[in-house]
Design a protein around this ligand. Structure first.
Ligand code: ZN
Length: 390
């Protein structure tokens, strides 16, 4: 039986592959070439892989939206004694029990009640659109997705608990699970957290690259590099932070006439009257050297021109390399970030397939490419194109 293995190496920049830091991956690129993968703008980076469509088509762009409702999380009181990160582990566990395997990214709890997730369920839990999972189901392909912390096996999921929350622990667990299936997927995540914490040029990144390269080698030793199908890719790059911008201290108080969501690369605003809108826009205007208020045309070219304001009435996007801090995610300023306007080549990521393939790719091309590799067909109208055709 021919097996298929997909390795997703989170936040792995294309230029991370070198003979010194990643000798195994480098060897693969000598043989098959190194593809250049264009990521989606925003924070829904894997949509194209799962569906073949650009996230815009599914109304997706980033995680949290505001729908004019303020809601206390049902378990808020029970959660109050726990520290922030642990609160979110518990929230995500409750969420899993309710059949929603899309984790809430951990944010400042003070703002949590204003926002909700746009995508509530993992793609394997969605029946309304065609996904890799629905194609596998239709064709009776046995699969195992290790999309940390979820282990998804033929439509059923469970959470993998580990106190050693690192890629070695994840790979070890995954290797134990390799047996009878024909499709395998593993998501390694250390490069993302290390890239944020120490920056993409740090010695910590180099060390993590060597470790990741070793894990890729170890995982692939269970597969036949000639006969099996192998796809290795990443969801986005990592930009070094060279400037920090504190916008929050310059803004009027949150909540009464307007609200905002502070991501690390952008501030999104919802205004409740014209006066406050004018006031906030004039503040943003004064900081044109740090970023820009996205025009209609900007939104169109970034593919976030939605016909609703769930993601905000206005978005202020920072220049590549400038970190918005304070923001809702970070407790300390980070040294690496992604989610800028994609003009920076540090956001470029990579792919490798153990076949002859077109080297310029978009995220949504991965879906038809993978299915062609597995000799499976999709039925829906998609945006991506297989990398095996001209
Ligand atoms: Zn990240």
């Amino acid at each position: 039986m021919v097996k298929t293995i997909v390795l997703m190496l989170d936040a792995f920049r294309r230029d991370y592959i070198t003979s010194r830091n990643t000798p195994f991956l480098y060897g693969l690129t000598r043989k098959y070439g190194l593809g250049q993968l264009k990521q989606h703008f925003g924070f829904k980076n894997t949509v194209g892989f799962y569906t073949g469509v650009h996230p815009r088509k599914l109304g997706l762009f980033t995680n949290y939206i505001y729908d004019k409702k303020i809601r206390a999380f049902p378990y808020s009181i029970l959660l109050s004694p726990f520290p922030g990160k642990l609160k979110f582990h518990l929230i995500n566990f409750f969420n899993h029990l309710q059949g929603n395997d899309m984790s809430y990214p951990s944010i400042n709890m003070d703002y949590f009640k204003y926002f909700k997730l746009k995508q509530k369920k993992h793609f394997f839990q969605q029946d309304s659109i065609e996904t890799l999972f629905s194609v596998f189901k239709r064709n009776e392909i046995g699969y195992l997705f290790y999309d940390f912390p979820f282990i998804i096996e033929n439509g059923k999921s469970r959470i993998h608990y580990t106190f050693r929350n690192n890629d070695e622990a994840r790979a070890k667990k995954f290797l134990k699970l390799i047996n009878k299936h024909s499709f395998y997927y593993i998501h390694l995540t250390d490069l993302d957290s290390i890239g944020h914490k120490f920056g993409p040029k740090s010695s910590e990144i180099k060390r993590t690259l060597r470790k990741t390269d070793g894990l890729v080698k170890e995982i692939l030793s269970n597969f036949d590099l000639e006969k099996d199908n192998i796809l290795i890719w990443s969801d986005h790059g990592m930009v070094p932070i060279n400037k920090i911008f504190d916008l929050q201290s310059k803004l009027p108080g949150f909540g009464k006439d307007y609200i905002y969501f502070l991501e690390s690369t952008m501030a999104r605003f919802w205004f409740f009257n014209k006066k406050i809108k004018k006031q906030v826009l004039s503040i943003l205007e004064k900081h044109k050297d740090k970023g820009k208020i996205l025009s209609k045309q900007d939104k169109k070219s970034l593919k976030i021109d939605f016909n609703n304001n769930l993601y905000g009435d206005e978005i202020f996007l920072l220049n590549s390399g400038t970190l918005l801090y304070p923001n809702f995610f970070n407790n300390v300023p980070v040294k690496g970030m992604h989610g800028y306007d994609l003009s920076d080549r540090n956001e470029t990521t990579f792919l490798i397939i153990n076949r002859k393939f077109r080297k310029q790719a978009k995220m949504e091309d991965l879906f038809p490419t993978l299915l062609q590799l597995m000799q499976l067909k999709f039925q829906s109208k998609i945006d991506g194109k297989s990398l095996f055709r001209k």
